[in-house]
Design a binder for this molecule. Structure first.
Ligand SMILES: NC(=O)c1ccc[n+]([C@@H]2O[C@H](COP(=O)([O-])OP(=O)(O)OC[C@H]3O[C@@H](n4cnc5c(N)ncnc54)[C@H](O)[C@@H]3O)[C@@H](O)[C@H]2O)c1
Ligand SMILES: [Zn+2]
Length: 377
């Protein structure tokens, strides 16, 4: 990480698809314009970009003006499209609406697609950028904590089909990511806390020092103290970028470490009925249950689980599986795409900061951790 007092820059090194993530708060005038211009020059090799389409949702539309002004300041013709907020917008119909808008701009092969919003807008706008005219330049301005620390980094874009989340998608790296952590001030508390689960995950899978740092600054993080939030977001991006760089197209298995907490988390999320639990809340529950599984394999002691559990509770996240239907949870896990040879695969901790992908040979161990209730109050 480098940059001035209130700007941190993370370089995502992917050869010709390399780009920078700029993490700022209270940026000076012209900073965003300059960063878009640099990103275009580097990521789009100076090919003439004259137009931009900003894609946003109804919750973010009131805050879009500084962004459109920054794009206009570098002589782009700026149009905007506002879609309904929520996961339901990540669908083919909304993608078609964006295509239609692009056709009528009219867009050419150098029209910049700018995603301004949470993960839903990032995935949807990114998907249309990946596919329209076989690929338009994409610039990300993530506004939710989840989008800032997770979905805007890594190049996965996509939409849902009815009943099948993220089934249609592509890898399409952005030319730049601009993260203004001040935008988090309007993010609802529950969304913010949900994003914190993924932040804790990075500490657990890759960086014990980062885990310590989160533990030591819970109150500043919950108060959304700008200095700590910026550090936390930048370090999370750096860690995710490290994994993505090692396995950009999810071929070597290295990217699987990001799934810690997600095997059980996804099952908990799906069986609760999508929308009942936020993704990060389900991941928090999943991480604790998966730690208990690691305990059963003799990989970690109870102290690691207890430490993780206390941190998540302090951050206001749930840690207990509510469903009593272990069969439904196991059936849901059995459909996980990491599985091989009929065995459910997990990414489990060896210690804080290190995880490993493994088969869990016996279902009774999984069943046991799903029915364990928290020891903490
Ligand atoms: N591509 C990836 O690698 C990746 C990784 C993780 C998650 N995802 C996807 O991300 C999506 C979830 O993202 P999300 O949690 O950001 O959901 P979201 O985009 O629905 O945002 C959550 C809510 O917060 C609102 N919001 C966002 N920023 C705001 C702000 N600054 N102020 C006020 N309100 C704000 C949104 O309008 C929405 O109502 C899922 O579809 C998931 O599949 C993708
Ligand atoms: Zn996740």
């Amino acid at each position: 990480m480098h940059g001035g007092d209130d700007a941190l820059r993370v370089a995502v090194e992917l050869g010709p698809r390399s780009y920078d993530i700029q993490v700022v708060s209270n940026p000076g005038p012209g900073a965003l314009s300059g960063f878009v211009q640099d990103s275009l020059r580097r990521g789009w090799a100076g090919r003439g970009c004259r137009r931009a389409l900003v894609v946003t949702d109804a919750h973010l539309a009131p805050f879009v003006q500084p962004l459109t002004a920054a794009l206009a300041a570098i002589d782009l013709d700026v149009a905007a499209i506002t879609l309904p907020a929520g996961e339901a917008s990540k669908c083919l119909d909304r993608a078609a609406e964006i295509y239609d808008r692009l056709v009528h701009l009219p867009a050419d092969r150098h029209t910049l697609v700018v995603a301004f919003g949470g993960g839903v807008i990032g995935d949807l706008a990114g998907f249309t950028a990946a596919t329209f005219a076989r690929g338009l330049p994409l610039f990300m301005v993530p506004t939710s904590l989840l989008a800032q620390v997770d979905s805007s980094v890594g190049g996965k874009v996509g939409i849902n089909l009815p009943g099948a989340k993220n089934l249609v998608g592509a890898f399409h790296q952005p030319i730049g990511v601009w993260i203004d952590t001040d935008s988090l001030t309007t993010l609802p508390e529950a969304e913010y806390r949900s994003g914190l689960a993924e932040v804790v995950k990075y500490g657990m899978i890759l960086d014990p020092g980062f885990f310590d740092e989160i533990e030591a600054h819970v109150s500043q993080i919950l108060a959304r103290d700008p200095f700590h939030v910026r550090r936390m977001v930048a370090r999370s991006c750096e860690l995710k970028a490290q994994v993505v760089t090692a396995d950009e197209f999810e071929q070597t298995g290295l990217r699987a470490v990001l799934n810690f907490g997600h095997t059980i988390g996804h099952a908990v999320e799906a069986t609760a009925g999508y929308g009942e639990l936020r993704h990060g809340e389900a991941v928090a529950i999943g991480m604790v249950a998966e730690c208990r599984l690691a305990e059963r394999l003799g990989w970690i002691g109870q102290d690691v689980t207890a430490r993780l559990e206390s941190l998540l509770i302090a951050l206001g996240l749930p840690v207990t599986v509510q469903s009593t239907d272990a069969d439904a949870l196991i059936a849901s896990m059995a459909r996980d795409k990491k599985n091989r040879g009929g065995r459910i695969r997990f990414v489990l901790p060896r210690r804080v900061g290190t995880v490993e992908l493994t088969d869990v040979p016996n279902e009774s161990a999984i069943r046991a951790v799903l029915t364990t209730r928290s020891a903490s109050p």
